[in-house]
Design a protein around this ligand. Structure first.
Ligand code: SF4
Ligand code: SF4
Length: 311
């Protein structure tokens, strides 16, 4: 890979051997920071842009080393576990709490990684991908770190590595213009067509999201795949499915990938002292998913559910 690389990005995970986030077998790179706060998010550790302490309760022996080490008095105990007051913690960056936890109960979620380190990992994984594989940048919202993301995509693209990103759509349009020449797949979430409901579920308006979706549909030359994270009681009404289908038709797109809600991220909220407000949201039944799929198909939109896709 070449020189002149933007030096550092902030990531919270790298996963090899993924088969659900783009074609073939892929290495996923999770970048930290997102502009949305979707109440069902399964990667809450990707929302805050800065590294932060994360707590593994089962490893904690309550010796209180972390409480004494934190110079900001952000940590207390309720007798059975420690609690970090995140309004005081402010992710101070010196991580004395983590440094003084010898059991591994406190770790740092998120780290800076140099382009050199990351590209070395990518090159190592490359031999396992097979024909169609590559990298997928996800998060969080990978386009929030536009300098790093653009550099990484460009380097990989120029090294003949297949490049994909997953995006929430809520970033300036210019970011898409910058990465488009080096990106083969864009996987783009549509969460709700109604602006008030979109704000209720994600904390932000959908206007920039829809503008970007329309711009990409017209201008992006690679594969543009829209995804609907299906959240029962939030965006699964007939009205929203019909509005989503109508929007896709209007911008010239005729397929969608519906991703059913799961609760696998629930425990991570507790580890970050966050509240998982989707806890009581029921999961979709197979019948419900069939109904949604048929409704899209009836409107002229090919609909793939979950990992059951042709790619
Ligand atoms: S230092 Fe680690 S093991 Fe000790 S109380 Fe804190 S989190 Fe638990
Ligand atoms: S990250 Fe810093 S402020 Fe936050 S709990 Fe740890 S030592 Fe205290």
């Amino acid at each position: 890979m070449g020189k002149e690389l933007n030096p550092c990005g902030n990531i919270f995970d790298i996963q090899g051997f993924s088969v659900h986030d783009g074609p073939g077998c892929r290495t996923l790179i999770f970048l930290k920071g997102c502009t949305m706060q979707c109440f069902w998010c399964s990667n809450p550790e990707g929302i805050h842009p800065k590294p932060e302490p994360i707590y593994f309760h089962s490893k904690c022996i309550l010796d209180k080393n972390c409480i004494e080490a934190c110079g900001h008095n952000a940590i207390s105990t309720n007798g059975s576990r420690i609690e970090i007051d995140r309004t005081i913690c402010h992710r101070c960056g010196d991580f004395k709490c983590v440094e003084n936890c010898f059991t591994g109960a406190l770790k740092t979620n998120g780290k800076k990684i140099t382009m050199k380190e990351l590209t070395a990992t990518i090159q190592r994984d490359r031999q396992y991908w097979g024909e169609k594989g590559g990298i997928t940048l996800t998060g969080g919202e990978p386009l929030l770190q536009i300098e790093f993301t653009e550099s990484l995509l460009r380097e990989c693209y120029n090294a003949f590595i297949h490049t994909a990103i997953e995006t929430c759509g809520n970033v300036p349009q210019n970011h898409y213009k910058r990465i488009a020449p080096y990106t083969e797949w864009i996987i783009f979430d549509l969460k709700h067509m109604d602006d008030t409901d979109h704000k209720r579920g994600t904390g932000i308006s959908n206007s920039q999201v829809l503008n970007n979706a329309a711009w990409l549909a017209e201008n992006f030359e690679g594969k543009l795949l829209f995804r609907l994270p299906l959240i029962p009681g939030f965006n699964d009404s007939n009205e929203n499915i019909d509005a989503t289908a109508a929007f896709l038709t209007r911008i010239g797109i005729h397929e969608i990938n519906v991703l059913p809600l799961h609760h696998l991220g629930r425990e991570k909220y507790r580890m970050l002292d966050l509240t998982y407000t989707a806890d009581n949201t029921k999961l979709s039944t197979p019948e419900h998913l069939d109904k949604i799929q048929n409704r899209f198909v009836d409107k002229g939109i090919d609909c793939w559910v979950g990992a059951d896709t042709p790619f």
